[in-house]
Write a protein that binds this ligand. Sequence first.
Ligand code: SIN
Ligand code: CO
Length: 361
Amino acid sequence: MLIKQGFQQFEDPLDKHELAGLALEDNIDSRVISRDKQNWQVSHGPFNDINQHCVGAWSLLVQKVDQFIPQADELMRTFSFIPYWRMTDLMVSFSNTDAGVGAHIDQYDVFIIQGKGSRRWQVGLPGEYGESLPHPELKQINSFSPVIDEILSAGDIIYIPPHHPHNGIALEDCMNYSVGFRAPSEQEMLTSFADYALEHNLFNQRYKDKSITPRAYPGEIKQQELSHFKHLLSSTLASSSFEQWLGKYLSETNRLSNNEVEEDEHYSEEEIVGLLADGVYFLREPGIKPIFIESQATDNTDFIFYIESQSFAVPLKGRDFVLNFLNSPAYSTELVETPKSCLFFTQLLTKLVNSGFWLPE
Ligand code: SIN
Ligand code: CO
């Protein structure tokens, strides 16, 4: 799907110099993909001298920019008609004339926003395509017939579903912003759930015989026994531990930006109360996207939410206030009236600040 002028008067949240600046940092995931005639190269950051890699037609691609640049975080949140737990990150690329990463297929949904400059985007339908590896890290496809073939300019958006071959070729220096959407695989989920169970020493039951019947062949597993095994495992999925794992799992972004406060410099609750009383603003760090599981009518437990695999609990009566707080980029007692008995809130804010998720200005 192509959305012409999805953003009117689009302004880039950063320029190529700032993008290159991010690629110098060693906690940031960046790469340069270049093509000089048919010679493809891939180099990974951090770059001391990025220019030596920028030969021929080249693109610099930087992941998780939403965690570092507040305006990039804001751009990504424009897409929050899709829930946070489905969002991965904002990848930003700069390409010079003729550059692109080649025709390829991704496993994820993506919205690509055209920033400065213009780029020709071709998108095809899922199918069987011949693959080539012009470089060990670049899986490309040989050719495809496009069903979309358009030149995008600043503010245009293209949505590419998974498995649709696509190719973007810059017509001049250009910036692109890719909002990616995670789709966990069964294997990833099983591995993570098993790790969680081991870490928390869960699910220690053993198989117990219900009634073991004689059989003609001792090698046989009876249908009833098969069901018993399935039941044993499915009951682990029905447990409340599964929900806790899911909240942790889906809130994990493997954050690269880390402002966690050193243990011996932790803010105390009294300090936070003091800062609040002074009208200090607390700013949500870029890229923070808290998630929670919808409560059921019968639920009478605390309101629990998850950030970066950490869980936070507050009394149910504070839910609406806390949800408002979590969804605002800045908080101060001047902006929002804090409920009278707000002990739970100062405790929460203290934890969030010490974890590096909110910072006092
Ligand atoms: C880009 O070059 O900005 C995006 C590449 C892609 O995934 O198609
Ligand atoms: Co792609």
